[in-house]
Ligand binder design. Structure first.
Ligand code: ATR
Length: 286
């Protein structure tokens, strides 16, 4: 890649940011669409977020992704938000539209489009969906599921009142919140069509207690937002029970591809980027 005087600048604000795969991903998008862009990691501490955002117009930076821990705070700092970002209460994409900043959330799109691409016959759509966790990632997932034909959206969380609140807020008709106790989960596991893990449990090899896949229908899908490791104990367990499984790598790529499209008007091939990222993560280069 060559940076020229004409190269448009994009990036990601995070704290930490060094672990982010987005710079590599966006370099792939730029290459496969032949777009003259560069994507830079910016280490922005919470105290500097407001100043960093307001520096986008004067520096003529076309837009940034927002990652941990800034997604919620960014909502409060922008003059305009999409309806999706406002409902989710989090921004992962800022667009600099001729000096006016606009906040969008492409996580919800990334999750839904990955699910549809992986399981096009949508066996997960017509039944009970179990969402594990009630944090920011869960909000994007519930927002996406709310727009599907899912009949029932059950949010299960260690802190029950957070699950109840998020279900009421984001899925008022189909949603309900429960705890993570095996007894509470059992009736929903036995009729689930899809289970989504949005917690960090599994990042370091942890199991999610209370989940007994021997109860689940044979055609159920299990989706873990974690992509590194590529196979969490939850997915290994689901696989052993013959369930359909996916990790969050496709969601990561598809949310990023959507941001790239919003900024540049060019649509990169998410499938090519998924293949590339899969081989990158399984190689020694990472
Ligand atoms: P994110 O924005 O990535 O979703 P978050 O908002 O901090 O992160 O949410 C983390 C989620 O993981 C929460 O649902 C949290 O449960 P609590 O609301 O009870 O804190 C869940 N979580 C994290 N560690 C957990 C653990 N050890 N056991 C069960 N749930 C856990």
């Amino acid at each position: 890649m060559t940076i020229r005087g004409t190269t448009r600048v994009f990036g990601v604000f995070g704290d930490p940011v060094a672990h982010s795969l987005s710079p590599l991903l966006h370099a792939q998008f730029a290459e496969n669409t032949q777009t003259d862009t560069v994507y830079v990691p910016f280490h922005v501490s919470p105290g500097n977020l407001e100043k960093a955002l307001s520096s986008l117009p004067p520096l003529n930076i076309g837009g940034v992704n927002i990652t941990v821990p800034h997604k919620e705070a960014t909502c409060e700092l922008l003059p305009a938000l999409s309806q999706t970002a406002s409902l989710i209460g989090a921004v992962n994409t800022v667009i600099n539209d001729n000096g006016r900043l606009f906040g969008e959330n492409t996580d919800s799109f990334g999750f839904h489009s990955d699910l549809c691409n992986l399981f096009p016959s949508q066996p997960w759509e017509e039944g009970t969906v179990l969402v594990i966790g009630a944090g920011g990632a869960a909000r994007a997932v519930i927002h996406a599921l709310q727009a599907t034909n899912a009949q029932e959206i059950v949010v299960a969380n260690r802190t029950v009142n957070k699950a109840v609140k998020i279900a009421q807020e984001l899925a008022p008709e189909k949603g309900q919140g429960i705890g993570l106790e095996p007894k509470e989960l059992a009736p929903f596991l036995s009729r689930m069509s899809l289970l989504v893990n949005t917690t960090s449990l599994g990042l370091k090899g942890e199991e999610i207690p209370g989940i007994d896949f021997s109860l689940a229908p044979a055609q159920a899908v299990v989706y873990d937002l974690i992509y590194n490791p590529s196979r969490t104990p939850l997915l290994a367990n689901a696989e052993q029970h013959g369930l359909l499984c996916a990790n969050g790598l496709g969601m990561l790529v598809r949310q990023g591809a959507k941001s790239f499209e919003l900024w540049t008007g060019r649509t990169p091939s998410a499938d090519r980027a998924i293949d590339w990222l899969n081989s990158f993560l399984s190689s020694d280069a990472k």
